[in-house]
Design a protein around this ligand. Structure first.
Ligand code: FB9
Length: 550
């Protein structure tokens, strides 16, 4: 048995070791014994534990922690403490938690067991010539004792006495049964009392039934009467001195709970995301499923009437997948209509007049926008007849193979809003954009004509930013083209307005972060996350934390 193995052994293991070492001739007898003794020596866990082990040694079968405490005249808790620490040592002892009900005297019960019952005290306080009732009632047990002594027919009241009611003994002596019974219980012989007697004492709040959690302790497989402290840390000096070799180590409790971090911290992006979610929900929008970063070129581009030779569809802008390279399931009847619309047009459109290829549409990619999710949602909507107006939103990651700079990473979160209804116009779009950005605390908006392959007309949205003293582009928007909607099967007079923006930009502005790498990615300093204040989008943006504040 190679020497190394004995180091990280707990007491229990050492006990086994001892058994082993006894017949293990690789270890010199001296080493064998002193290793064992040395190990046993260092694990100190206090006299109670030792007492318990010795009692256990002497007991046949086991012992009850409460009885042991009573025998040793110590608090039950002290024995429980020893049981727990012995349990931590492994299989030195078995301890089975039991709950036993037992009768205990209440504080008043203790006092009566000591001083006698109230009625007995009243009886004893009445001299042969009697006692004025008024005086008797002033006695500490007067009130309670008088009525009990009366009902026990120990005393009587002469109401006609000269100077007012006077109390006299009726019997010469009496038995203070109450006290006797309480002392029985005190002596651990509660079972000697009948149910009636017990319940009478309980009714008088002199006795209470308590559930005592006790341990039934029995010898463990590694039982021994001597115990001692186990190392819980492997300290540098143990390693350098090599002393770790013969020190017993407490077994690792891999089930132990880690130190709970004092509180979780939401990343600023998630704080702003929940604000945007709140705004959309307030405006009656429902969230679109976006749980697929991987999308087919069909839903990401073709379904949006974005031609296959569009620059965004090449490697430079889009991350295509090598494996799985192709999307297998596509709704082919719809695909045919998209193919025709791209290649020949239709629905009043001349189309793009090029050879549309299914293989190109099958190419898998990392979605470049969540507008692909809008396309899927609108296609599902079109399958539901009759058409019902809807308001959808999405907030999720999109990926673009863009040149990285201070405000652009290869991925960002796109926020998108979509409204589908009969006869929606650009005016409706401007209206809903005003309502949306107003909830963001952005009121001054300007719309600039723009171009997107899937919307016509399209607008970039700008807002005047007080802090930055300039017009900032806060998003893009447009009316989805009929070449996108009609192949889906949406009714002629249904139009769909939509807009999009990023989550990162407003978050950077809100938290005064200029470089997106300070907000997202491996360089983020977690302190920034911890210190990032609660986000109130419609409140004035906070100045960036100054150095000394940071
Ligand atoms: O988020 C953007 N800007 C922004 C938004 C909010 C904001 O809030 C401040 C607290 C006050 C500040 C700034 N932009 C969109 C504008 C620019 O940042 C732009 O340079 C970068 N854009 C991203 C794309 O970059 C290639 C932001 C991202 C973007 C752009 C367009 C869309 C979505 C995200 C869209 C769309 C769309 C259009 C029509 C129909 C459906 C979707």
């Amino acid at each position: 048995m190679e020497p190394g193995w004995r180091c990280e052994l707990s007491a229990v293991h050492l006990l086994r070791l001892r058994r082993h070492t006894q017949d293990d001739d690789t270890l010199s007898p001296a080493l064998r014994l002193d290793t064992f003794k040395m190990a046993m020596h260092t694990m100190a866990d206090g006299p109670v534990a030792e007492l318990l082990l010795r009692r256990l040694e002497a007991s046949d079968g086991g012992l009850d922690s409460a009885e042991l405490a009573a025998e040793l005249g110590m608090e039950h808790q002290a024995v429980v403490g020893a049981v727990k620490s012995l349990q931590a040592l492994g299989e030195v002892i078995e301890a089975e938690l039991r709950s036993t009900k037992r009768w205990e005297l209440t504080a008043e019960g203790e006092e009566i067991a000591r001083e006698g019952s109230h009625e007995a005290r009243v009886f004893r306080s009445i001299p042969p010539e009697g006692l004025a009732q008024s005086e008797l009632m002033r006695l500490p047990s007067g009130k309670v004792g008088f009525s009990k002594a009366m009902s026990n027919k120990w005393i009587r009241v002469d109401k006609s006495a000269a100077d007012g009611p006077r109390v006299f003994r009726v019997v010469d002596s009496m038995e203070d049964e109450v006290q006797r019974r309480l002392q029985l219980v005190q002596g651990g012989q509660a079972e000697k009392l009948g149910e009636k007697e017990r319940s009478e004492l309980r009714k008088r709040k002199l006795l209470a039934e308590v559930t005592l959690k006790t341990y039934w302790v029995s010898k463990g497989s590694a039982f021994s009467t001597s115990i001692s402290k186990q190392e819980t840390e492997l300290s540098p000096e143990m390693i350098s001195s090599g002393s770790w070799r013969d020190r017993p180590f407490k077994p690792y409790n891999f089930l132990a709970h880690g130190v709970l971090p004092d509180s979780g911290h939401l990343h600023p992006l998630l704080k702003v995301r929940s604000q945007f979610r709140q705004i959309f929900l307030e405006m009656g929008f429902t969230e679109m499923p976006t749980d697929n970063f991987i999308e087919s070129s069909f839903w990401n581009f073709d379904a949006l009437f974005q031609p296959q030779q569009h620059p965004a569809r090449d490697q430079h802008d889009t991350f295509f997948l090598r494996d799985p390279a192709e999307a297998l399931q596509l709704p082919m009847d719809y695909v045919q209509r998209v193919k025709r619309t791209h290649s020949q047009g239709g629905y009043g459109s001349q189309g793009y007049k090029y050879t549309w290829k299914l293989d190109e549409a099958r190419k898998n990619l990392l979605r470049t926008h969540t507008t692909s999710a809008s396309a899927r949602a609108l296609y599902r909507l079109a399958q539901k007849k009759p058409f019902t107006p809807v308001k959808y939103f999405s907030i999720d990651r999109v990926f673009r193979n863009e040149t990285l700079d201070a405000t652009h990473l290869a991925e960002f979160h796109q926020i998108e809003g979509v409204v589908a209804d009969h006869g929606l116009t650009l005016g409706h779009l401007m209206g809903v954009l005003r309502e949306f950005f107003t909830k963001l605390g952005i009121t001054q908006l300007r719309f600039k004509p723009a171009y997107n392959p899937y919307t016509e007309p399209s607008m970039e949205v700008f807002s005047y930013h007080q802090g930055l003293k300039k017009w900032v582009e806060v998003g893009n928007s447009g009316v989805f083209r009929p070449e996108m909607l009609l192949p889906m099967g949406l009714p002629e007079n249904v139009s769909v307005i939509a807009w999009g923006l990023s989550l990162e930009r407003p978050t950077m502005i809100k938290y005064g972060i200029n470089n997106i790498r300070d907000l997202v990615g491996h360089k983020v300093n977690l302190q920034m996350v911890y210190d990032s204040p609660l986000c109130r989008l419609d409140a004035e943006p906070r100045p960036p934390p100054t150095q000394e504040a940071a």
